[in-house]
Ligand binder design. Structure first.
Ligand code: NAP
Length: 285
């Protein structure tokens, strides 16, 4: 099987390469070799590879920056998704696209089902929702949340740095969601693609927590393996005390029932995957 990955150097892109099943031939591009906002380049790349599956791991993920540059976010997160979907369709390839919990407004008190009403409260979420529409009904669209990996800029790596540098760390406690370990998401996408799943589904690790809970767990796991050598106070704060250009949903836990049915069981708990990631960076740096 031949597979094209775009956004191949990102957290998910690297996870896809790392978890690829045996016998799959991967061509992986990132913006330096294929800018997905270039329609002609996308068509040429898809024709050249003639893949059975196209994974879109590319995105404009700078949530705060998107507020002041929505056009740039829209170009990557929506217009380019249309180019990829159309080129995949023409090549007879399955198109796998990834979206976000930020398509929801966060006012629910129960996990969001894939068909729950969307109502993004920021520019990033708006552009990702437009991307879902551009992907089309024949695509597999998987919404995820709070993604982290050993590579890339993410909350776990930021916390480890701040906990080493500072005497205390203040973390938002009134936003609830679920962390997602990128290689786990990637492995699930391979399975769902192989099974020919299409439509919109949700994937995160299991469980739910606040950013504050997540930070406390990161500190505990890192101390346990010697990745941090001292405890600093982790102070819970309200989102209002940490103003950012983009508003974020207060609650964005995703209902994964349909995904569990495809995968044949639940995803690992977020704490278990956090431990795996901390062990991995302790071993490999
Ligand atoms: N990270 C999260 O917490 C999170 C949460 C929910 C959903 N998601 C979704 O999950 C997916 C994967 O996210 P991720 O965390 O793996 O993102 P990531 O680490 O930011 O990777 C995205 C990759 O896309 C590349 N890219 C940006 N613009 C491009 C373009 N025009 N052409 C080609 N490549 C381009 C980026 O390159 P540069 O780095 O050079 O820009 C980067 O390598 C995305 O669809 C994202 O929206 C992520």
């Amino acid at each position: 099987m031949k597979v094209l990955i775009v956004g191949g150097n990102g957290q998910l892109g690297k996870g896809l390469s790392r978890t690829a099943p045996d016998g799959v031939e991967i061509v992986s591009h990132d913006i330096d070799t294929l800018d997905i906002t270039d329609a002609a380049a996308v068509n040429a790349a898809v024709r050249a590879v003639a893949p059975q599956v196209v994974f879109n791991a590319a995105a404009y993920t700078a949530v705060d920056k998107a507020e002041s540059d929505e056009a740039a976010a829209l170009a990557v997160n929506a217009t380019a998704v249309g180019y990829l979907a159309q080129a995949s369709r023409q090549a007879g390839a399955r198109f796998v696209h990834v979206s976000t919990d930020f398509v929801f407004d966060g006012r629910s008190g129960v996990p969001y089902a894939p068909d729950a009403p969307t109502a993004p409260i920021g520019a990033y979420g708006r552009t990702k929702l437009a991307g879902e529409q551009a992907a089309g009904a024949d695509a597999l669209i998987v919404r995820t949340a709070w993604v982290y990996a050993p590579n890339g800029g993410n909350f776990v790596r930021t916390m480890l740095r701040l906990m080493a540098e500072r005497d205390e760390v203040r973390v938002v406690a009134d936003q609830i969601g679920t962390p997602t370990y990128a290689p786990g998401l990637a492995a699930a996408l391979w399975t769902m693609a192989a099974k020919g799943t299409c439509g919109t589904h949700h994937y995160t690790d299991a469980g739910a927590c606040s950013w504050y809970d997540f930070a406390v767990a990161i500190q505990e796991e890192a101390l346990a393996v010697g990745l941090l050598d001292r405890t600093v106070p982790v102070i819970p704060i309200n989102a209002a005390e940490y103003p950012t250009p983009a508003r974020r949903p207060h609650y964005s836990v995703l209902d994964k029932t349909s995904t569990f049915a495809v995968l044949g069981g639940p995803t690992p708990h977020w704490r278990e995957n956090l431990r795996k990631m901390i062990n991995e960076i302790t071993t490999y740096g």
